[in-house]
Design a protein around this ligand. Structure first.
Ligand code: DAH
Length: 341
């Protein structure tokens, strides 16, 4: 009996299991209800009593060995089949959902690129600003009604007056205070005004300020720079016109219109049938501002300009409601995927 058990053990070890069919053959042959192991257990009664315990033990071991081999082979086959059938290595990957750049970022980058080409650097200043940089150094005298042009969010009133900056012109002052001419810089940033939110106004928006200070800078330089800018941004056919205006920090001052890019200056409801769209304010830096910022107005002159990024994006992308820029509506934002200047 012991030899038979050993013989079956060898058969179990040698039995090749390579697929579901041979697995089942193994099970039936060794562990089935008429299988070898069952048969051997049946033969136990013919074994002399004194050997029964030992042979019984050998049979239990044999059965365990067959069961282990069956379970191991089954698991091996399952793993093999799952990797073969569930994963199709030739299938293209799931597309990665790509975001899109915000229209204001696109326009800001474009404006920066245009001015970098003619040697302008980028500078920044704080959004929480003191009275000096936002108003006083820019030639807004205390109590001057010009301060009412921009409804300010004050953080602290009185001696240490702090407010959210109402324009990026504050950065002009900071740059002039900390560097010497020649200065050629643009300052993009967020600004705040205490306005009711509507399609045409918002309590925060974005501007780009420009500043050029050197010896003998003239109004003609300003006009050529703006002409170059408008044509780079809106195309070679774009024209500009300057209208006299007033800002406390520039003298003389002008507002700049660009020929309507939407109707090609033929007249439409965006340009209110004038053929022109206002895009920025500008002027020669007032000598008082130069002096306040530590630059000698006898030696240097310069020009400055300031524009709204929302306004430019509105013209480029025909956005008719300012609120869309900050509502995070993906239906709006995804229209700018793939937009590259
Ligand atoms: N700071 C002005 C505004 O927010 C825009 C502006 C006008 C900036 C004329 C300038 C400038 O630098 O020269 O409305």
């Amino acid at each position: 009996m012991k030899e038979t058990i050993e013989q079956v053990r060898q058969e179990i070890l040698a039995f090749p299991i390579s697929d579901a069919q041979t697995l089942e053959q193994f099970r039936v042959r060794f562990l089935g209800s008429k299988g070898t192991v069952k048969e051997l257990f049946g033969a136990l009664k013919t074994v002399p009593n004194e050997e029964k315990r030992l042979v019984g033990q050998l049979l239990n071991d044999l059965r365990k060995e067959a069961e282990d081999k069956l379970a191991g082979a089954k698991e091996g086959l399952e793993n093999a089949t799952s990797s073969a059938s569930d994963v199709d290595v030739t299938r293209p990957g799931e597309p990665v959902a790509l975001g899109s750049r915000h229209p204001l970022s696109l326009v800001r980058s474009e404006i920066i690129a245009i001015f970098e080409r003619i040697g302008y650097t980028v500078s920044e200043g704080p959004e929480i600003e003191d009275d000096w940089h936002n108003f006083s150094a820019l030639n807004f005298p205390p109590e001057h009604p010009a301060r009412d042009m921009q409804d300010t969010f004050f953080i602290e009133k009185g001696e240490n007056e702090m407010a959210l900056r109402t324009h990026t012109s504050s950065v002009q002052v900071r740059v002039m205070e900390s560097s010497q001419p020649p200065i050629r810089t643009i300052s993009p940033g967020r600004v705040y005004r205490n306005e009711a939110i509507s399609a045409r106004a918002h309590c925060f928006f974005h501007q780009v300020e420009g500043l050029y200070i050197d010896k003998n800078v003239s109004f003609a330089d300003l006009k050529q720079t703006l002409n170059y800018f408008a044509q780079s941004l809106f195309g070679e056919k774009a024209q500009i016109r300057l209208r006299p205006s007033y800002f406390p920090f520039t003298q003389p001052s002008a507002e700049v219109d660009v020929s309507c890019t939407i109707c090609n200056a033929k007249g439409c409801n965006v340009c209110k049938y004038t053929g022109w769209l206002e895009i920025l304010g500008c002027g020669m830096v007032d000598p008082n501002v130069l002096k306040a910022s530590g630059i000698d107005p006898e030696e240097y002159t310069g020009f400055a300009f300031g524009m709204g990024i929302e306004r430019i994006a509105q013209l480029k992308f025909k956005v008719n409601d300012l609120r869309l820029y900050s509502e995070n509506d993906v239906r709006f934002l995804k229209q700018f995927s793939g937009v590259n200047f």
